[in-house]
Design a protein around this ligand. Structure first.
Ligand code: ATP
Ligand code: MG
Length: 450
């Protein structure tokens, strides 16, 4: 296939017949975030490369292997964001949010870019829902964002997703842990991959997150961080668990979770599903008390998570979670001839102003072709307008689902005709001698699974 009609490897279109599912997920996550006091922040898709080197960490897989970086025409080295935290943190400092009442709670829906091997649940352009809470060291906040993520899954009807938590300590206790890791991995140094040989001196904890089979095999028996926590970190971790229990949120402590980004301290967590194959981590996050300082700000303990939206969708589809139906046109006006077309334009304008979706054929085709088109579009009702109907002011309204046809005055559709609103006229309409709730038939607000 010609290059120009082929999407870049690892990218995916969302087509019109699918997009309502994405919109449903997006609306749900923003709604949940709002209930926890998180407001949306929108940051640029690219940033200075240095921000990610500093923020994400230059010994991470993301920075060492996965970033889309390039020089722009002005000679700046810029990078398409591989994650959302660094940009949000940069904005928190630059915009002065850091001087407002803390904590500042922000959330985002963003695209992210990583040069990885595409496979199920792993793309080069993917999307994240993320939250960041800047300016609190309280374990209440750790439990709160975990609760938020859990609430997203609950609201979307996702099941069988397990929460694993760990604490990876603070710089104080991590020093001891690094020493122990260095000792352990030094004995197997020759077997480590080249990247990890280098990490052994610079950041041995990163070896625990290496995806190479041999490194992960060696890492199996490595010392675990929980054995090295200082008193403060231990206490913090216990408090987080206390608050999770208070909300009846089930979890397991998995001392092997270290997360792939350098900025994490203390609490780290993942929501993992077994139903979507090897890429089972749908949401990952934790505390990053040192990040804001690392970027030049004041000491600002903070935390957040990123949830992969493609993996979430995959999970929901695999589990057969219910999605709302794609919206259908309320009324399709089949118009035959110029007069009828003008009338259709007039009716559609009023219908739309009243909140209904109303369409007519732009290609002025035959009756048959227009009915077929209305059917393809899944219109709920059609009316057929010819010269006669326009002159007499009466047309046949057809319920496309039942096939039932009713004569109806065209004036019914025109707002202000009886000096009452169109919705009221439609609600009052009598069809086949019975009071007919036209409004509710046409209405939006269909529930999930209907
Ligand atoms: P993984 O271990 O799967 O590579 P990660 O630790 O690199 O994940 P994070 O940086 O924590 O992932 O990103 C948060 C979430 O974003 C992940 O849990 C996942 O759901 C999603 N995600 C990360 N990378 C990709 C990708 N290449 N394609 C699709 N989703 C992704
Ligand atoms: Mg990764």
């Amino acid at each position: 296939m010609a290059l120009i009609t082929k999407a870049i490897k690892g990218t995916k279109d969302v087509l019109p017949k699918e997009v309502h599912k994405n919109q449903y997920i997006e609306a749900t996550v923003l709604d949940v975030a709002e209930k926890y006091g998180f407001k949306e922040i929108r940051t640029p898709v690219f940033e200075h490369t240095e921000l990610f080197q500093r923020g994400v960490g230059d010994t991470t897989d993301v920075v060492q292997k996965e970033m889309y970086s390039f020089d722009d025409k002005g000679g700046r080295n810029i990078t398409l964001r591989p994650e959302g935290t660094a940009g949000a943190a940069r904005s928190f400092l630059e915009s002065g949010l850091c001087n407002e009442a803390l904590p500042q709670k922000v959330c985002y829906l963003t695209s992210c870019y990583r040069y990885e091997k595409p496979q199920a649940g792993r793309l080069r352009e993917f999307h994240q829902f993320g939250v960041e809470c800047f300016g609190t060291s309280s374990p209440l906040a750790d439990a709160e964002i975990i609760s938020l993520a859990k609430s997203v899954f609950d609201n979307l009807g996702v099941q069988d997703i397990s929460l694993e938590i760990n604490s990876i300590g603070c710089p104080t206790c991590r020093a001891e842990f690094h020493k122990a890791l260095k000792e352990y991995f030094s004995t197997r140094k020759d077997d480590l991959c080249d990247t990890c040989k280098d990490r052994l001196d610079r950041n041995p904890m990163r070896i625990l997150d290496c995806k190479s089979p041999i490194c992960s095999e060696i890492a199996k028996d490595a010392p675990v961080v929980l054995d090295y926590l200082c008193d403060e970190c231990k206490e913090h971790f216990e408090q987080v668990q206390k608050y999770l229990k208070a909300e009846n949120i089930e979890y397991t402590v998995n001392p092997k979770i270290v997360r792939g980004l350098d900025y994490y301290t203390k609490t780290v967590f993942e929501f993992i599903s077994n139903s979507i194959g090897a890429q089972g981590t749908v949401c990952g996050g934790g505390r990053y008390d040192g990040l804001i300082e690392e970027l030049g700000g004041a000491h600002t303990p903070s935390l957040g998570f990123g949830m992969g939206l493609e993996r979430l969708m995959l999970l929901m589809e695999t589990q057969g979670c219910e999605f709302p139906e794609s919206a259908k046109p309320d009324l399709f006006i089949v118009a035959l001839g110029d007069k009828a077309t003008l009338k259709a334009v007039e009716i559609a304008k009023d219908m739309r102003a009243e909140g209904f979706s109303c369409l007519y054929d732009l290609n002025k085709r035959s009756l048959r072709a227009q009915m077929k088109y209305a059917d393809k579009l899944d219109a709920k009702f059609t009316i057929v307008l010819g010269d006669n109907e326009v002159e007499e002011g009466i047309a046949k309204l057809k319920n496309m689902k039942t096939g039932e046809e009713t004569e109806i005055a065209l004036a019914t559709f025109v707002s202000g005709y009886y000096n009452i609103t169109l919705s009221e006229q439609l609600a009052d309409l009598e069809i086949n001698g019975e009071a007919f709730d036209f409004g509710s038939l046409f209405n939006v607000g269909e529930n999930v699974g209907e």
